[in-house]
Structures are given as C-alpha cells and as structure tokens.
Ligand binder design. Structure first.
Ligand code: ATP
Length: 198
C-alpha cells in the first residue's frame, strides 16, 4: 500500500485534490472528518467533554464547538484537557482506518491531514504531497468562494507554518496558482506516476 500524506495551508486546494484522488481510485483517510466524528452524539469523547467543560453540549445533544473553543483555548491547562480527551480517540480511529485499508489490500491510501507537518506525522506516509498557492491568492479564494473575512483569512494563514517550511518537506508539490483545470491535470499526472499505477 502506497500512503500519500496530503497537506497544505488553509484554502490551498486540499479538498479539491482529495476529491480528485478519490475519483481516480484512492482510499481517503480524512483527518478533519475523523476529528468531527469522534465528538458526535453517542461518542464517549463527547460525554467526557461535557463533564470537563461547562455548557458545551447543546440541548439537542450536539457539541457547541464555539463554546468549547472559547473555554479550551483560554489556558494551556484547558487545552491540555481538551487534547487528553480527543487526541487518543483521533489516533485510534486514524490507525484503525489505516489498518482496514491495509487489510483490504488498498493500493493507494491518501491521508488528508492539514497539520501533517506541524504534528510531525510525515513519517507515517511514503509521499508528502503539498498543495501550494501564494498567500494572497488563498485569501482571495477564501473571501470570494467561502465568504471568509479577509483579515480572518490572513490571521488563519499567519497561525500556520509558512509556505517555505511546508515546501521544504514536500516530496511533490502541486502548484495551485493557476485555474482548477491546471490543478486537476497535475493531480492526474501525479496519480499516473505513482508506483501502484506503473
Ligand atoms: P481548507 O484548508 O479550508 O480545508 P482546502 O485546502 O481544502 O481548504 P479547497 O476547499 O480545495 O481548499 O479550496 C479552497 C477554495 O478555493 C474552494 O472554494 C475551491 O473551490 C477554491 N479553489 C481551489 N483551487 C482553485 C483554483 N485553482 N481556482 C479557483 N478556485 C479554486
């Protein structure tokens, strides 16, 4: 099984690339999705968050993320408490999905993980695939297509590792400074060159 770690800054085009790789036949392990799934109603992590933090579970039983973020990022201790509850569940579910893919003899697995480099997880993958676009262009896309406020988009970009650091770790870079067709062409060429396809 060839494992690709797909990463990039906010608004770089990761979801677009991940969707294309899925169409081409890759199995996707989506880190953001896993982080949401482990706090769905009925999951033990949600009950634990409800005990650790006040008023973070709404009357309909779902997590109030904004309230959780407000409390959990107020102090290092609270952040550590949040991480102690969520990280082991995220780790277990991710590992399970890798194992399931291996057991199913999946040829190409894509680990879609925005924080792959920040979290020191590049060792989990065979190829680090970085989607890259200039900061200003990402801000423009996030504002025009996602309705984000420009200052908010810039703050989020500034909170992540910078482009050069990410590019230095990349095995392959997809340049998303052009149009969507150009990005998809690069994904197709990358796919065609994978060991599993040749
Ligand atoms: P996030 O970090 O927020 O999850 P992402 O890295 O997954 O973002 P996408 O959702 O793929 O990025 O792209 C961000 C936005 O920019 C989307 O609305 C997408 O349709 C648009 N977009 C991506 N690539 C291009 C492109 N080459 N030209 C125009 N728009 C693009």
């Amino acid at each position: 099984m060839h494992i690709i770690g797909l990463t990039g800054g906010i608004g770089s085009g990761k979801s677009t690339v991940s969707n294309r790789l899925k169409e081409l036949g890759a199995t996707i392990v989506d880190a953001d999705l896993i982080a949401r799934e482990i706090v769905e109603p009925g999951e033990p992590a949600l009950a634990e968050l409800g005990e650790a933090f006040d008023g973070v579970i709404r009357t309909d039983g779902t997590l109030d993320r904004a309230e959780l973020a407000r409390q959990a990022f107020a102090s290092p201790e609270a952040t550590a408490q949040l991480n102690a509850i969520t990280h082991p569940r995220i780790h277990d579910r991710t590992t399970q999905q890798f194992e399931d893919a291996r057991a199913a003899d999946v040829p190409v697995l894509v680990y879609d993980m925005p924080l792959l480099i920040e979290n020191g997880q590049t060792g989990m993958v065979d190829t680090v695939l970085v989607v890259d676009a200039p900061d200003d262009l990402r801000v423009q896309r996030l504002v025009n297509q996602r309705g984000l406020d420009a200052d908010d988009a810039r703050r989020r970009i500034a909170a992540q590792i910078d482009r050069d650091t990410r590019l230095a770790v990349a095995d392959t870079v997809l340049d998303n400074s052009g149009d969507l067709a150009s990005l998809l062409d690069q994904v197709d060429a990358f796919w065609a060159g994978l060991p599993a396809q040749t």
